[in-house]
Ligand binder design. Structure first.
Ligand code: BGC
Length: 441
């Protein structure tokens, strides 16, 4: 084994990411609360108290993150708290978020704030949610209000988390609210989301000209199941074009290009100041006539890849490098806004962390402008339609007692953050099985 280190540039951002509904608890005025009451979550679970951040436990969790040498935190605002009804703004909620981001600054952590992370107020749902183009103006008004309240402490904003996941899960696959299965509706939704992002981008820059604004893009690394098969290659191309590329291209060019059907949204052109990547996993895609709803592609984990607890994530670190390489075309600074694995026993997480950070370093080593990394997530939280069955946290959470327990990955990640590098010594300690592979020689 060679003794070596992968170093990161001075000032590199190291943090974790969270979202309001997944951690706050008692969010009873949004579409996910309603969805949970209708029994759509695995084992009929509910977000409930979540990590009790609204009750004040964000303080102890921010302490944990700061003690673990993280220098940034990505959190989201709950629109339904800030604007509980169309004509009602809640100043106490804004004060609560101001207090949170001020406390991050006090702990020398840079706040990155997401303005919409999958949830919306019920009054928005009642007017037809993202299918109704009126949402664009409502979203812009909410964003302006939130930015005005927080701009003293925040200058990096994620307008909308994963427009592609929000649209596909809600309107094509149907496991997110409103549970629809219609490609036509999905196109209307994505159009309104792109418009809403563009409107938010303009509002933020009006209030804070030097702001960094972007979305976080969920990038799924897709490869044809059989490289020799033209049909597998074609269907992989389609899925990539729609799932991975549609939104980023629209925000770059102002044109939404759905397999050749083009819609011009000129105000969206050039509306990203950085490129946010959420990368988790990879699929092989095989052509299948039985899957018209998935554009005739059957997705499965790459052969031989280690799988997470519930099989939700295949460990394919190279996909992160490919995501970064692909996003270089947009000529923007890059932030890995999410990356992580569900692993209750912490048996695969240290390896996953080490290998993904190594792939990110490959990009850094080419002087590609990767500025930071956010591990998903700080403490186990409510994983949407998968409820509490998946544990992504560095810290384990018992949602009933609210007790937190440190997983070994806390200390591994803390050492990476503190030393701004990943060394063979750290890998020898936390992920010895891959030492020889990562540091051959
Ligand atoms: C979402 C998070 C989610 C994570 C793991 C991401 O796509 O942004 O909200 O918890 O995946 O499922």
């Amino acid at each position: 084994m060679a003794e070596a280190s992968f170093h990161f540039p001075h000032g590199f951002i190291w943090g974790t990411a969270t979202s309001s509904h997944q951690v706050e608890g008692n969010n009873t005025n949004n579409n996910w609360y309603a969805w949970e009451q209708q029994g759509h979550i695995v084992q009929n679970q509910k977000a409930g108290l979540a990590c009790d951040w609204w009750g004040g436990r964000w303080r102890e969790d921010f302490d944990r993150a700061a003690d673990a040498k993280q220098n940034a935190h990505r959190l989201s605002l709950e629109w339904s708290r800030i604007q509980p009804a169309r004509e009602r703004w809640d100043e106490d909620a804004l004060d609560h978020y101001r207090e949170m981001v001020r406390n991050l600054r006090d702990r020398n952590m840079t706040p990155v704030v997401t303005l919409q992370h999958f949830t919306e107020p019920l009054w928005i749902t009642e007017m037809g949610s993202w299918e109704n183009s009126d949402v664009v103006a409502h979203f812009a008004a909410y964003v302006a209000r939130a930015v005005e309240a927080l701009r003293e402490y925040v200058d990096t904003w994620v307008t909308i988390n994963e427009p592609n996941v929000l649209t596909f899960s809600g309107y094509v696959i149907g496991d997110f609210p409103p549970g629809k299965n219609s490609l036509g509706t999905a196109m209307r939704v994505i159009t309104n989301i792109v418009r809403a992002h563009a409107a938010a981008y303009a509002e933020i820059h009006k209030l804070q000209p030097a702001a960094n604004v972007g979305v976080s893009h969920y990038f799924r690394h897709l490869q044809p199941a059989h490289a020799w098969s033209p049909l597998d290659r074609m269907v992989t191309r389609w899925q990539s074009a729609i799932f991975n590329e549609l939104v980023p291209n629209a925000l770059h060019t102002g044109v939404l290009n759905f397999l050749g059907r083009k819609k011009r949204i000129p105000e969206a052109r050039g509306t990203q100041d950085y490129f946010g990547i959420d990368y988790y996993t990879s699929d092989r895609v095989a052509f299948s006539l039985l899957r018209p709803g998935e554009l005739f592609g059957h997705r499965s984990p790459p052969e031989g890849a280690e799988l997470s607890d519930t099989g939700f994530i295949a460990n394919v670190p190279e996909g992160l490098f490919q995501a970064i390489r692909w996003s270089m075309q947009f000529k923007l600074p890059i932030i890995i806004t999410e990356n992580g694995i569900e692993d209750a026993e912490d048996s695969l997480r240290p390896q996953y962390l080490a290998e993904h950070i190594q792939q990110m370093w490959r990009a850094v080593n080419f002087n590609w402008p990767v500025r930071g990394y956010f591990y998903w997530t700080l403490v186990d939280n409510f994983e949407w339609e998968r409820g509490w069955t998946q544990r992504f946290g560095l810290w384990e959470l018992d949602p009933d007692s609210q007790a937190r327990r440190r997983r070994p990955s806390v200390d591994f990640y803390a050492q990476i953050c503190r030393e701004n590098r990943l060394s063979s010594e750290m890998v020898a300690k936390y992920a010895p099985a891959i030492l020889e592979k990562m540091f051959p020689g």
